[in-house]
Write a protein that binds this ligand. Structure first.
Ligand SMILES: [Zn+2]
Length: 618
């Protein structure tokens, strides 16, 4: 590593850096969070301030500040270096490139879009858009401050104004095409890079320009609205097409201005349109973004998940809006996000309400309803819960949504609500929903519930012994169902829930609570026989084979507690070993013999089970 990377590393506080992307909580000497790189419910992503390192015990990723930025921003090393240099004020030696490489080209495209944005802004504030467009935007309730903050602009009518202007500033036709500013004429030769305007024309004509920024604040594309009084036969919004820097499945309108608030609130509010985003920001709900020119995607949800676990969907109340809301909700539930729905009783959209009554807007967003309850109540309003066909429709509609809910506890709760609402047997409904769930997991490819082997990818993290202990506990639960609730509580207490949840049989257990028949819900033959094997092993063990009733229960109780404690210290030890391993590597790389010796001694101590960790002493 050269001196500037060292200098950057020295200047960076890794907790602050990572804290701008994920919500970190202090936990002893570490800071921890739910990992931004894999899906999890309890935090296994650790940051160590002193060592300037991070590590995730769930997916095994880790490293220094550069590794983090590369991973989370999808940058290569040099880009990460540049970004961190900017942040820390370290000056980098200029890279000399003999040929315009890809990085160089990207910089040119950013520069071109920046120039274009300035051009559109100028048109809005001083040029052709001054009168009509500015009046329109103000009339929609946008303040001048907001218009400037989001850098709205106006693309004047005509075919070649922009084109000629950009060419005069030294950009090429190819570059214009690569940013999506130009539509190439079909007749033009494919490699026409000459400085002539004959090859194409301006894409955005007589439109209000909403620049779309990447996470750093570079303009990467536009969402362009037809100007009031403009050619209404055209699409209301057109967007920059997919380019080397604008990927619509990943971009979010408003993200750059929302990310700070998203992190603070731990949630994202998703609205339908650009105007809505600005209206909500203006009302102080700055954690708001919109998708533009596409339905909500997995990638966008992953991006939001970096900032917090909650999303609020604020869509129009008409049929199309509600349909989109349901679809988006299902996607978000599948990502195990906390989803709620903002409902408006009036026919207004968010932008209108922001203009007329920002207080009201804040109130409705704060009163978002949990998604499952929300869609159950809309279903109950559309169908008659008192006759059989109505019931059936309600169950079908609701099961559609429930089948994507992975968290069995959440699912069980929702099933209970539904059963109560339509006065039907809970277990019958559970049967319908679970059947759908299993069909879906099967459809989705390698289904975790059918293929236990797939679930043991954490082997290198938790180790064989932990897995065996987990299996013993689950076996005990199957052997004596009365233990389930108490054991579940204990598992949570010891922070082992996410580890257990990765075991397919555990899923069925908590699905049915203390109900004896959970085995019946398991359709997969291999899993069923696994249950049998486990419960037999326990029931025939010499410790309890001859015992019955209270006595047997007490012994099982003891065994469970013993296994859980062992498991807890095993997992803790394992975590300690992993971080020691990491530290050892570093010490070796740094050729710090003293430290290496010390760490090695500690490593031996811990792996022999004599660590100073309190858990091991229990
Ligand atoms: Zn991870």
């Amino acid at each position: 590593m050269n001196s500037s990377t060292e200098e950057i590393k020295a200047r960076i506080n890794i907790v602050e850096l990572i804290g701008t992307y994920v919500r970190l909580e202090k936990a002893g000497v570490h800071h921890k969070a739910c990992c931004p790189f894999h899906q999890e419910r309890s935090p296994s992503f650790m940051v160590n301030e002193e060592k300037n390192m991070w590590h995730c015990f769930g997916c095994g990723k880790g490293g220094d500040a550069f590794a983090f930025v590369m991973e989370i921003e999808g940058l290569d090393f040099r880009e990460a270096l540049q970004l961190l240099a900017e942040k820390t004020g370290v000056e980098l030696p200029k890279y000399r490139t003999t040929e315009p490489g890809e990085k160089n080209n990207k910089d040119r495209l950013f520069a071109l879009l920046e120039l274009a944005t300035k051009f559109y802004e100028k048109q809005l504030w001083e040029g052709a858009g001054k009168k009509e467009i500015l009046t329109y935007l103000r009339g929609r309730g946008l303040s001048d401050e907001s218009i400037k903050k989001f850098r709205l602009g106006y693309a004047p009518d005509g075919w070649r104004h922009q084109l000629e202007f950009f060419l005069s500033k030294g950009f090429t036709m190819t570059e214009l095409e690569q940013t999506g500013l130009l539509i190439k004429k079909e007749s033009a030769a494919p490699r026409d890079t000459t400085h002539t305007v004959s090859g194409g024309y301006d894409r955005f004509r007589d439109r209000i320009m909403f620049p779309i920024f990447d996470i750093f604040g570079h303009v990467i594309g536009y969402s362009a609205r037809v100007a009031p009084g403009g050619d209404e036969s055209q699409a209301k919004y057109i967007n920059t097409p997919e380019t080397a820097i604008y990927h619509k499945s990943r971009a979010l309108y408003g993200l750059f201005h929302a990310k700070q608030a998203m992190k603070q609130a731990g949630r994202t509010v998703i609205v339908e349109g650009n105007m809505d985003v600005i209206a909500l920001h203006q009302a102080g709900i700055e954690e708001t973004v919109a998708v533009s020119g596409t339905a909500l995607t997995d990638e966008q949800l992953n991006l939001m998940k970096r900032y917090g676990r909650e999303v609020r969907l604020f869509f129009d109340m008409d049929g199309a809006g509600q349909k989109a809301a349901k679809k988006s909700a299902a996607l978000a539930l599948e990502k195990e996000l906390l989803v709620s729905i903002v409902a408006l009783s009036s026919g207004k959209d968010a932008a209108d309400m922001g203009k007329d009554d920002p207080d009201m807007l804040r109130t409705v967003v704060s009163q978002a309803k949990p998604v499952l309850k929300y869609f159950l109540s809309t279903s109950l309003m559309t169908h008659d819960a008192h006759n059989p066909s109505g019931k059936r429709q309600i169950v079908d509609e609701y099961a559609e949504l429930l089948q994507v809910v992975k968290n069995p506890i959440e699912r069980a709760e929702a099933i209970k609500d539904l059963a109560r609402a339509i006065e039907m047997d809970e277990r019958m409904i559970a049967g319908v929903v679970n059947k759908l769930f299993l069909e879906k997991t099967r459809r989705d490819g390698p289904a975790p519930l059918q293929a236990p082997a797939d679930l043991f990818q954490e082997k290198h993290v938790f180790g064989k012994r932990s897995e065996l202990l987990r299996e013993e506990v689950i076996a005990l639960m199957y052997a004596e169902r009365a233990l389930t609730q108490a054991t579940l509580a204990r598992i949570k207490e010891l922070g082992l829930l996410s580890f257990f949840e990765r075991h397919p049989l555990f899923f069925f257990l908590i699905q049915t609570g203390t109900d004896r028949e959970s085995v019946d819900l398991i359709e997969d033959a291999a899993l069923k026989s696994e249950v049998a094997r486990l419960s037999f092993r326990i029931l025939e063990s010499p410790e309890i084979a001859e015992k019955a009733g209270e006595e047997r229960r007490a012994i099982l109780d003891d065994m469970t507690e013993r296994y859980l404690r062992d498991l807890h210290s095993e997992v803790t030890k394992r975590e300690r070993l992993l971080s020691l391993e990491k530290a050892l590597d570093e010490a070796r790389n740094a050729k710090d013999r003293e430290l290496e010796k010390k760490l090695l001694a500690e490593f031996v101590l811990v792996s022999d089970g004599q660590s100073g960790h309190p858990a091991a002493k229990e």
